[in-house]
Design a protein around this ligand. Structure first.
Ligand SMILES: *Cc1c(COP(=O)(O)O)cnc(C)c1O
Length: 458
């Protein structure tokens, strides 16, 4: 073992080879650090296994470390999972116009908080306000960091120290850590559950009203469905009973579509306009779910309430960044121009006919076939995802990879390559859904498939 330790090359020796293999690519200090770590590992390996890596291995390991240290952790990925709004993959891809708007505003100065005619300090809240208000039919609007912060801010402003009624079937957890009882506690409001897990009636709400009650909160069941022996109070009825007792109605729609989903062959997802129309005082929804824009929380409703919410100290803590504001306005403009289904990527994916997806999958199959790789095109389903339309899918066509020695290994290799490709595993099948693959990623995806499955190169 002693001789193995002694045979390890010196730091300088390895360093020189790293430098020669990639001249001028990395700062000297970083290279020294990488080589030290690699040699340290080699010594541990000698202790543990009684074997030393070759000098070639040491150089390769040091270069791998340097590469890992000098690239961003957050990188683009190809979503072939068939989940359109995939929270783990960054939810909604932005439209070209939204990207361009970000670029214009982020690379220079802007009137973010500057009142141009008056020549003095203005408010960043004015930017998306008009557009949002008009699109939703609401008196006023406010955009904040995400929907979780929107709900927290609304409750903190309107209900701290008071009671809020919530149907027991809506005191739920939505995705990564948004739990209605916890958000309520954090806001300083007291949650009063009414009704039962499956059935809640108007009488359950009215029986719970007391002098401390200030609002009724409705929470959309974004990522699960209650079926069977169930009952909810429809929003207009809830509004009537709340307003007749001087209570606010706060509607957390979660995804909150501006377009009706039913013409696309999906169940009806509640629209923001319908909630405002039904008389909800405040409606909250996400910017990066069915709106198809950047991460944001959108609050629309009565002007007097929005004014109070805007001036709560938390509003400053959850305010939007200029890049997000730019992307949000550009996204909203697609709705104003009635071109959302053509311009917003998630809506384009939703709107694509199964036949169009099939033709694309067949094009991929033919291209791969010419390179000697055989795959199948089979019927499949795309999920909308992202806390919207639970259990709802669009009929689709998918690529099935064949004759894989191990589906798990192949999927892992797709995920860990560059760029990462996220496939779907169904039982022992590895599937790729063309619907969620952006057009400009298509050739890269095919190259990655070829290098995974293609005939071994000589
Ligand atoms: C998704 C969702 C949230 C959280 O929204 P984020 O934008 O992810 O913060 C809150 N409430 C409901 C009902 C949701 O669906």
């Amino acid at each position: 073992m002693e001789s193995l330790y002694r045979a390890l090359p010196s730091v300088d020796g390895v360093l020189q080879q790293v430098q020669e293999s990639d001249p001028d690519l990395w700062p000297h200090n970083l290279m020294v650090e990488a080589v030290r770590q690699v040699l340290e590992r080699a010594r541990e390996r000698i202790t543990d296994e009684g074997a030393a890596p070759s000098e070639e291995d040491l150089v390769a390991q040091a270069r791998d470390l340097l590469r890992a240290w000098t690239r961003p952790g957050l990188r683009p990925a190809i979503n072939a999972s068939g989940v359109i709004i995939h929270t783990n993959l960054g939810r909604a891809p932005l439209s070209q116009a939204a990207l361009e708007a970000v670029r214009r505003v982020a690379g220079g100065y802007s009137n973010l908080e500057f009142d141009l005619p008056a020549g003095r300090r203005g408010s960043r809240h004015v930017h998306a306000r008009e557009l949002l208000g008009r699109l939703c039919g609401a008196e006023a609007a406010l955009a904040v960091n995400n929907n979780a912060s929107a709900v927290l801010l609304v409750l903190s402003t309107l209900a701290a120290g008071r009671q809020v009624l919530v149907s027991r079937s809506q005191a739920v957890e939505i995705g990564g850590g948004f739990r209605v009882p916890d958000v309520m506690r954090q806001s300083g409001a007291e949650l009063v559950e009414v009704g039962t897990t499956n059935r809640t009636y108007a009488g359950d709400y009215t029986a719970a009203v007391c002098p401390e009650t200030t609002a009724v909160l409705r929470v959309h069941r974004s990522n699960f469905a209650l079926v069977g022996f169930v009952h909810d109070v429809p929003l207009p009825e809830l509004v009537d009973l709340a307003h007749s007792r001087g209570l606010y109605v706060i509607d957390d729609l979660g995804s909150g579509a501006l377009l009706d989903t039913s013409p696309f062959g999906l169940a009806h997802e509640p629209t923001v306009q319908a909630s405002v129309e039904a008389g909800a005082d405040i409606v909250c929804f996400s910017g990066d779910k069915l709106l198809g824009g950047p991460q944001a929380g959108l609050i629309v409703g009565r002007a007097a309430l929005i004014e109070r919410i805007e001036h709560h100290p938390l509003a400053r803590a959850v305010r939007l960044d200029k890049m997000v504001l730019a992307a949000l306005e550009a996204t909203l403009l697609h709705y104003v121009h009635e071109e959302a289904a053509q311009e917003i990527p998630i809506w384009r994916m939703i709107a694509q006919s199964p036949e169009a997806v099939r033709r694309r999958a067949q094009r991929w199959r033919r291209w791969l076939g010419k390179q000697g790789v055989s795959v199948q095109v089979v019927p499949g389903e795309t999920a909308v995802g992202g806390g919207s339309l639970p259990g709802q899918t669009l009929p689709s066509w998918v690529l099935e990879l064949e004759d894989l020695p191990s589906v798990e290994d192949a999927a892992r290799s797709l995920r860990t390559g560059e760029p990462p490709v996220i496939p779907r595993i169904e039982g022992d099948r590895l599937l790729l859904d063309p619907r969620t693959v952006l057009p400009d990623q298509e050739s890269t995806l095919l190259e990655r498939l070829l290098s995974l499955l293609g005939p071994a190169k000589e």
